[in-house]
Design a protein around this ligand. Sequence first.
Ligand SMILES: NC(=O)c1ccc[n+]([C@@H]2O[C@H](COP(=O)([O-])OP(=O)(O)OC[C@H]3O[C@@H](n4cnc5c(N)ncnc54)[C@H](O)[C@@H]3O)[C@@H](O)[C@H]2O)c1
Length: 249
Amino acid sequence: MSRFEGKVAIVTGAGRGIGAATARLIASEGGRVAVCDVDQTLAQQTAAELAGNNGHPFVYDLSKPANCDELVADVLGQLGRVDVLVNSAGVCPRVAIEDMTEAVFDSIMNINLKSIFFLSRAAGNAMATNGWGRIVNLSSVGGRTGGVYRATVYAASKAGVISMTKAFARHFAAHGILVNSVAPGSVDTRMMHEGVTEEARQAQIEASPLNRLSAPEEQAEVVAFLASEANTYVTGATVDANGGALMPD
Ligand SMILES: NC(=O)c1ccc[n+]([C@@H]2O[C@H](COP(=O)([O-])OP(=O)(O)OC[C@H]3O[C@@H](n4cnc5c(N)ncnc54)[C@H](O)[C@@H]3O)[C@@H](O)[C@H]2O)c1
């Protein structure tokens, strides 16, 4: 397939995990990818690995709104256009409610939620000039449940992503831009291992009737459909890619 031939995609958090898997898939189908991450080494590694020399590293700390605007301007300058934005950058420090500080609270919200607002606005305005675009945000099953295992603030940020996805879907609809989110369950990336006990991980695995973690590539497939021309009528939706762990009405 070559679903992304001629397209330019910004993928945030593309240094590893779901973002990296999405960058690999889009590049393998002809898309040029702005591989954005706060970690320079990871951004460069992922970009270098992409098929067809389609990877271009961009190193930005997206928790700061000014950097979100600058990234979009930088991509327009270097790659000429923006067609797709995948917001995968995120953090999930495991902190009990009793131990949460204002600084940690803000650091979670700044990358998980605030960056999505400022990136969607800047990239959406660029897409609007072409009359076509796709934005896909990574939410989480925690955004629907309130979260498990020391992830209260994380879960609230991901509920915010679901809400913001709907608002941006309405805002950009007239410009041919569809905006959706994916709410993964437990995915086998660093986030699922760092600060998570074996017991807690096992409990999350058993919550899914499929009885296993998701590979990041399985999430990338869902993202890629929503980001492609094959998606013509889904907007403002959140796709629950959680292995059946939660089946909302
Ligand atoms: N892994 C899971 O089980 C899971 C479940 C549900 C949702 N998600 C969501 O999917 C997305 C991807 O998660 P993942 O599992 O691939 O995580 P990950 O930790 O493997 O990757 C996250 C990437 O984001 C980057 N990043 C962090 N802060 C950044 C910043 N300020 N600016 C730019 N980049 C930054 C990191 O450097 C890293 O490369 C996240 O939004 C996460 O919340 C993950």
